[in-house]
Design a protein around this ligand. Structure first.
Ligand code: ADP
Ligand code: MG
Length: 683
């Protein structure tokens, strides 16, 4: 049962044949369709139940077994009336669904159920009116009853697996305090607009995504990012709608509304993930298709066998045929995979792991090489200037060099640029204006300040600028750090040495990955000594340094060519090609910009440990899927022959249709509950 059936046109659900519910623009439509079916199954179960009991009491066979006698003239006709009522009132949802399946040329379990009860009913009617024989009314009645109950319970359980989306929607507070002309008024969160200012009081939820313009506080973002430690927020920091403001009061300016907000994006991703099918789904679908024909043939085969080859009478043969068809319903198989993926995607989201494509997550368990981008992933990406070196040929001051570099960098997005700007601001320098700015990814940037051409970047950048190799070599540092050279009018005037810190979590993550039998590589545009230094400290298996952005994808390819299953972990902006090339692309540190195109998995936080968690989620998901598949198919190996009466000649054991129905429903429910167990796991 697909928990999120979406169709462009109105009509019947292709999966179960029920009318599709009109999609509202709200997020609550999710699961509504199956919630309404749940109610339908429940109602029909209770409406038919008294008549089912009556049919049982009036049945001659039951009376014989329980040693009582309640016979009257026309009993068979009363049974016919009751049976007909139950057949139609209880059977309608199954007929509708079967029609849906057949019209989509995809006969499945609902077709089987409809087929089984129709065979039983027709046989009984014939026995009542056409030929002398025992009818199967009470069997059919209980069969339908068990089916209704089973579906009701199962829908309830499936609803339990999809609930997380509405939980997310509930995170957004309905009201917000709008600040306008110095006055505070309470408005609906749905009515605020970009640029509006809101007040968030201590202990309240942040209504919508924004930027802090006043105040300081710590905010609990665990519901969105999975990070349990509160995050400090001050001026210019981003806040996410739905997160919990703790001690301070904040004034925020709204930066995103509607479907652009982080929560909406997350919900969209979860939906997409639940809609994306893992490859095992095809296997399950195929198995279900095969099982359908096995059920039909086994049913017909056993009917013929017990009627002609080993004659036990038409009643016996028909009962067995119905039991076989019922027990072979590939229902559990239909539930085996979707219930697991639904829980996986929400369990992931709770831990700040957004799965964009189930196929990516499916492969993640097989990954044996993880490639990390260095800057901002294994390291903090917060560069500090540790040294300023001046070329002795020039009479330029340290601060002047810093000022010029900061001018150029003020137009760049690179984390090195931010480190340089911060240093200039700490030194209270006025950052100059820049003209003709141009950025060279993986190298540096250039522009004009006071009519002088200023270029900053690595040695490659300097060579491109026409600076001699020995001039570059002369500027040396004793520290381990990234050297950013500064050239003014094509003369190398000096350099800044910047260093970055390794994240505390990186070491733990890499140890864990090694423990899982996974090798780790680092990919960086930075110079060899800095890269090797990080590599040594983190005990990495492979270090690729001085790799140009366009070349990163080739390194991933190289590892793949050696037969590795590669996961690439990067920030998703400049690493897009390598994220796509890798078997599994993991975008890290998405924060509020969760809609990262090229990744299969998006990590909200910037924590390498989440890569470990994602792989472990993949392995756990796979375990569950395999368990469910094995159970859902394996049970037929015993159930079908038993229902066909294989144990009857020697042991007298038969599986009556209603027991077959109970067994079939139970096997579906077991599959759902096995999936639900996944919800309890900690990653
Ligand atoms: P990483 O792989 O660490 O993300 P990049 O490919 O972004 O590195 O950059 C590689 C190198 O190019 C940096 O280590 C730095 O030396 C240089 N570089 C890139 N952009 C800039 C910039 N805006 N300012 C100074 N240096 C830069
Ligand atoms: Mg980078």
């Amino acid at each position: 049962m697909d928990p999120d059936v979406v169709s462009e046109k109105p009509g019947d659900c292709p999966k179960c044949g029920m009318k599709l519910v009109q999609m509202a623009s709200s997020h609550e439509d999710h699961g509504e369709h199956h919630a309404s079916m749940e109610i339908e199954f429940r109602n029909r179960f209770f409406i038919t139940l008294p008549f089912v009991i009556l049919a049982i009491i009036l049945s001659p066979n039951i009376q014989k077994w329980l040693h009582f006698n309640l016979d009257f003239f026309g009993r068979e006709l009363v049974l016919f009336a009751i049976g007909t009522f139950i057949f139609f009132i209880g059977g309608i949802p199954f007929f509708k669904a079967a029609r849906g399946e057949i019209s989509h040329k995809n006969p499945g379990m609902m077709t089987l159920v409809a087929f089984a009860i129709t065979v039983g009913y027709t046989f009984s009617v014939a026995a009542t009116f056409l030929f002398p024989g025992e009818s199967l009314y009470w069997e059919i009645a209980t069969l339908i009853s068990v089916f209704l109950l089973g579906h009701w319970l199962e829908m309830r359980a499936v609803r339990g697996t999809t609930g997380a989306l509405s939980e997310l929607a509930k995170l957004i507070p309905i009201q917000a305090h709008l600040l306008k002309n110095g006055k505070i008024s309470d408005v609906k969160t749905s009515e605020v607009q970009i640029g509006d200012r809101l007040l968030v009081k201590p202990g309240e939820k942040v209504p919508i995504d924004g930027i802090v313009i006043e105040g300081e506080s710590s905010v609990n973002e665990s519901m969105v990012t999975g990070e349990s430690r509160p995050v400090g927020k001050r001026k210019e920091d981003k806040v996410i709608g739905g997160t919990l403001n703790q001690d301070g009061s904040l004034t925020i300016e709204i930066s995103k509304t509607g479907s652009d907000t982080a929560i909406s994006q997350i919900m969209k991703l979860i939906r997409e993930a639940q809609g994306s099918k893992p490859n095992v789904q095809h296997l399950a679908d195929q198995a279900a298709g095969i099982l359908f024909y096995i059920a039909v043939f086994a049913g017909m085969g056993s009917f013929i066998f017990w009627l002609f080859l080993f004659p036990h009478g038409a009643i016996f043969a028909a009962t067995i045929a119905v039991a076989v068809v019922v027990v072979a319903c590939p229902h559990a198989l239909g539930l085996a995979i979707p219930t697991v993926t639904t829980i996986t995607s929400t369990l992931g989201a709770k831990n700040g792991i957004l799965i964009k494509d189930m196929k990516g997550l499916e492969i993640a368990r097989k990954v044996n090489y993880v490639v990390f981008d260095k800057t901002g992933t294994l390291t903090k990406g917060e560069f500090g200037v540790s040294e300023i070196i001046i070329n002795s040929k020039f009479r330029i001051q340290n601060l002047e060099l810093l000022r010029l570099a900061a001018g150029i960098e003020s137009h760049s997005q690179h984390s090195i640029a931010q480190g340089i700007i911060k240093e200039a601001e700490d030194k209270k320098l006025k950052i100059p204006d820049v003209e003709n700015f141009k950025s060279f990814p993986g190298r540096g940037a250039t522009g004009a300040i006071d009519n002088n051409r200023v270029t900053v970047g690595n040695s490659r950048m300097m060579r491109d600028e026409g600076i001699k190799e020995d001039a570059i070599k002369k500027l040396k540092t004793t520290r381990v750090g990234t050297i950013v050279y500064v050239a003014v009018d094509k003369e190398l005037t000096g350099a800044l040495v910047l260093s970055d810190l390794i994240r505390d979590e990186s070491k733990e993550a890499i140890e864990k990955l090694h423990g899982m039998g996974i090798k780790v590589a680092m990919l960086t545009g930075d110079v060899k000594d800095v890269a090797d230094d990080v590599g040594r400290k983190l005990n990495l298996d492979t270090v690729f340094s001085q790799v140009l952005p366009d070349d990163k994808v080739n390194k991933v390819r190289e590892l793949q060519r050696d037969g590795n299953i590669v996961a690439m972990v990067g920030d998703g902006v400049n690493d897009a090609p390598s994220l796509t090339q890798a078997h599994v692309g993991i975008a890290i540190g998405a924060g509020t910009d969760v809609a990262v195109e090229s990744a299969d998995i998006v990590l909200m936080k910037n924590n390498p440990m989440d890569v470990v968690k994602a792989i472990s989620l993949s392995r756990k998901t796979n375990d569950k899927m395999v368990q469910n598949l094995v159970w859902a198919t394996g049970y037929n190996v015993f159930a079908i022959p038993t229902a066909a009466g294989i144990l009857y000649p020697s042991f007298g054991v038969l599986l009556r249709p209603e027991w077959a129905a109970i067994l079939m429903s139970a096997s579906s429910i077991i599959v759902v509950f096995n999936a639900l167990l996944l919800r309890r796991t900690t990653l």
